[in-house]
Design a protein around this ligand. Sequence first.
Ligand code: P6P
Length: 339
Amino acid sequence: MKKANQTLGEFIIENQKSFKYTSGELSRLINSIRLAAKVVNHEVNKAGLVDITGNAGETNVQGEDQQKLDVYANERFIQTLINREIVCGIASEENDDYITIQGQNEAHDNKYVVLMDPLDGSSNIDVNVSVGTIFSIYRRKSPVGQPVEIDDFLQPGNQQVAAGYIIYGTSTMLVYTTGHGVNGFTLNPAIGTYYLSHPNMQFPKEGNIYSINEGNYVHFPQGVKDYIKYCQAEVESDNRPYTSRYIGSLVSDFHRNMIKGGIYMYPKTAKAPQGKLRLLYECNPMAFIAEQAGGKASDGYQRILDIQPTKLHERVPFFCGTQSMVNKAEEFMANYKND
Ligand code: P6P
């Protein structure tokens, strides 16, 4: 039951009984993410004031320039998760390999692994456009002790026990699911408390916003080109042409589309022949949230959550949002399935 003005802490406690077979670790894990998000939010919000938005002079495993805030956010989330002794391992976009955390004693089997993109859309930091953190939580499959990559980190997205994002925008929100719907909490920065502001978030049944970087048009698969032309066609009875909105920050585009209705697409391109977005810590968590909010997420052909990962940082094409819009995009993609 959702009460207006309920705090995130009260919500977690009240809904803890819906977390299958856990004695509170998952609640504590989500609470630790809540804490780290507050600390990162504080730095993101003053990014322009201190020398923390410039490049850290390093590049991450993706070969992308690491912004100082990327590095800062990554370290904050990792440290908070380690301190809470709840997870046995962490994988991050910013780290080549996963991090293992050994409990103080064998009895403490640290039931969970967390995979995250600590600061998605970081190229927007210097131009003051909203960015986000994305996280994905699984129960470990391997027995106690060191986690095992294949068993614990390379699980298909349909095994997630929780997923969420923090959007550092005009206001800071934490949106997450544990498989029982999607709820959004807005941070009151004056007192550092998140309040339930968006209970039971659902994609509108129809949408008319499409989000894609049309600068890559010439390299898109023909099915995507055909779908874009469909979105742009003048068909008044079908509320077309749609509106094009693309922020360049997955969390922001996804969040707007979940509230207003729409589809986000990052297909394969010449520069990104497998697509740009990472399956484990971008597509899977956003797909889990999308489906819990009545939406859909695919790679253009198959359900994202059913893809069996093979590598920690693997990329997939990503179509996600209002179910009817993803279905329509897939119809166009199906015309060229054997190309
Ligand atoms: P492009 C940010 O780097 C990101 O991973 C997503 O947040 C965003 O939607 C996409 O890449 C933007 O990529 O190639 O359009 O600049």
